[in-house]
Design a protein around this ligand. Sequence first.
Ligand code: 13P
Ligand code: SF4
Length: 330
Amino acid sequence: MFDVAVVDPVVGFIEETIDPSLDVFEEIERLKVEKNAVLLAHYYQEPAIQDMADFIGDSLGLSRQAAATDADIIVFAGVHFMAETAKILNPSKKVLLPDLNAGCSLADSCPADAFAAFCNKFSDHTVVSYINCSAAVKALSDIICTSSNAEHLIRQIPEDEPIIFAPDRNLGRYLVKTTGREMKVWDGVCIVHETFSERKLVGLKMRNPEALILAHPECEETVLRHADYIGSTSGIRRFAQESTSREFIVATEEGILHQMRKDCPDKSFIPAPPESGCTCSQCPHMRLNTAEKVYLCLQYEQPEILMEESVRLLALRPIERMMEMSAGVA
Ligand code: 13P
Ligand code: SF4
């Protein structure tokens, strides 16, 4: 017997014991059917969770799935802001997050009260916020974007409208460069994407000269300047599938490598190296979810994402704007 914890939004952790003879994967399949539940997973989830998901995707794809599902329960194997977005889009559904502590350093780097004060200083600016932020920050925004559609959306904002971009400074700086638009960029960062080492990346490329470097725009400029392709997790996956190259160095959370290796078993994928010999290219928030917690949250239907209706309605408006403005974006 081993203990697993499940988080209750009110009382915190409840210790549960799962019988080790229980096949949690079979149980999850059974509970999904019994409760008409759908399991959505981000590419940064551990491989076991990706393999049992009904849909795997990037932030945009997962939001679209969450909005469209006819399931009664959405189990969101991702982080808090993703599950919150699912609830904003589909309030009549029960949205569960296997571990309620699965947060995001980027979202945490932008507290709503400080952001409100920042926006007030530039009240004539259009506020574009990356989806990696809290519902309260979304409620202060005009347009939400993801790494798949950010450039496409910013190009649609009239030239004479000044822009605030939050919370990721690396994505913000990248967008300033690609769109030529001046923006007031919030100083937030992802703890995973800032760990990649330019020095080690260059060394790796010298030892693997045929390998193309694929990077997520949350990486620092020192890494992005070496990239052959920059895009969202879905974009990185698609690029490798369509490319005639056979070797790739991948600068994003290493969970994505699981799908890339499944897509292209004859190609070689090397994770970009972090500065120290740590496992910092695994997101510590994403990795709080486990197959056992997915099972427990389906069984007990908690932890559940709940939010005030007034905040939900304010946060919905910029998300809907994103959906309308990026209708054709893959
Ligand atoms: P995408 O999957 O949308 O590229 O986002 C990456 C990420 O950091 C999610 O937290
Ligand atoms: Fe947040 Fe970075 Fe983890 Fe994505 S990888 S959830 S941006 S901390």
